[in-house]
Design a protein around this ligand. Structure first.
Ligand SMILES: Nc1ncnc2c1ncn2[C@@H]1O[C@H](COP(=O)(O)OP(=O)(O)OP(=O)(O)O)[C@@H](O)[C@H]1O
Ligand SMILES: [Mg+2]
Length: 402
């Protein structure tokens, strides 16, 4: 499938980057999705925030990082990080998270407060300039009256007052892994609801602070469950697998300068086996590259051995967490024609009746799907149907069954 490389290229480092958030050697496709997001960078008043969602490994983190450039070019300040579960422990934690991120930008600005007039003088009050660093913001947060939401709004408004004359358009709060956001009803802590409420309120006042949240497909549902108006607050952009032409570019462009190439058949097979999912493309190409560098030929059996490695590196850990009965159910789902898209409880019940083994009842399927959602293998989509949360899971399940 690939000619052996000449010794001259032996030293070149493998360019492919399977990983979490690792910048790919070539970012293929995504022009439409980027343009869709960038339209919202032109808003004067924030009428819509953005949710960028998609399955594991589809390229959310990488695209989010890429969007920083056009945002900064349009004079946005860009703040944010990965949202860990700890940000969602309490409202206060959420507020501190935002203040910490905001301070990275605002510490370059000063805030002027008047000092108390000195005795005996009637002159203008003296002004004291203080940097809006984390300490300053945190003190203002602590002394502001009201609930955590009020305190946070106060700090955000103050930050806008201090930065608005700098020529910046506003601030984008870009949060990755936002599916970790959650209210903690049992502990009477509502960090997610508070976040939405605070941004809705300051945006209504005309403050151009925008949320750009990325996360797994459960994210939008979570936002709407916390606050129904979230449906109107966010524009949702879903990242899907790459189109064949873009998959081909992701495979071929990184080795364009080298003396060996994948054959057309090889490219076709990699596109098929990866399903166009960026992580799988990087994985298969990286392994293939190493093989070729060792002087081996990338034939069908070696490609299948790469898939076996993918199974053990990527899928096996997730599969190991499922119980036997859950695996029975997942096997049935993988049989459905619609397994790679979406499926309903009814469809699963029907296939289970036909399968000949102990069938699943509707309520049992419901219950198991919800526990599988908890373990991140399944999610409920916007139409109330279910889907696999991991790309190409159905193919893996079928391979296991074989
Ligand atoms: N457009 C693209 N072209 C080529 N490779 C890409 C592209 N997007 C992402 N990748 C590669 O795919 C892999 C996964 O990307 P990334 O970590 O951004 O996905 P993700 O959606 O954030 O995954 P997760 O849900 O696990 O956070 C990385 O190795 C990255 O280099
Ligand atoms: Mg990511």
């Amino acid at each position: 499938m690939t000619p052996t490389p000449s010794p001259a290229v032996k030293t070149i480092e493998n360019p492919y980057r399977p990983g979490a958030g690792h910048k790919p050697p070539f970012l293929a496709g995504r022009t439409q999705e980027s343009a869709d997001v960038e339209r919202y960078f032109d808003q004067e008043q924030i009428l819509s925030n953005i949710v960028l969602t998609g399955l594991r490994g589809v390229g959310k983190t990488v695209l989010l990082e890429e969007l920083r450039k056009p945002a900064v070019a349009r004079k946005w300040f860009w703040v944010g990080t990965d949202l860990s579960e700890s940000a969602s422990v309490s409202e206060e934690n959420m507020a501190i998270r935002l203040i910490t991120d905001l301070a990275v930008v605002t510490s370059g600005f000063e805030f002027k407060t008047s000092l108390p007039p000195k005795a005996g003088f009637t002159s203008e009050p003296e002004l004291k300039a203080t940097r809006l660093d984390f300490h300053f913001l945190r003190e203002r947060f602590q002394e502001a009256p009201g609930l955590v939401a009020d305190k946070l709004k106060y700090v955000l408004e103050l930050c806008w007052e201090a930065t608005r004359n700098s020529g910046c358009r506003g601030i984008i709060f870009a949060y990755d892994e936002s599916q970790n956001l959650a209210d903690q009803t049992a502990k009477e802590q509502y960090p997610l609801s508070m976040l939405l409420e605070v941004f809705q309120s300051i945006q209504r006042k005309g403050i151009p602070f925008m949320l750009l949240l990325t996360g797994l497909p459960t994210l939008f549902q979570k936002l709407v469950e916390a606050r129904t108006y979230a449906e109107r607050m966010f524009h949702v952009i879903t990242l899907d697998r790459l189109k064949p032409v873009d998959s081909e570019a992701a495979i071929t462009v990184p080795i364009r300068e080298l003396s060996f190439k994948f054959t057309p058949h090889g490219i076709e097979r990699i596109i098929e086996l990866s399903g166009g999912y960026p992580y799988f493309i990087q994985f298969i190409c990286r392994e293939s590259y190493d093989l070729v560098m060792r002087g081996e030929n990338l034939d069908e059996s070696r490609l299948l051995s790469i898939i076996a490695k993918l199974d053990s590196d990527f899928f096996a850990g997730r599969w190991a967490r499922a119980t036997d009965r859950q695996r029975d159910l997942l096997n049935l789902i993988a049989e459905l024609d619609t397994a790679d898209n979406e499926f309903s409880v009814q469809e699963i019940v029907e296939v289970s009746k036909r399968a000949g083994r102990k069938p699943f009842s509707g309520s049992h399927v419901n219950q198991m799907l919800s526990s599988l959602s908890g373990s991140g293998l399944i999610f409920k989509n916007r139409h109330g149907k279910y889907a696999f949360a991991v790309p190409l899971l159905s193919r893996f399940i079928k391979r296991q069954a074989e």
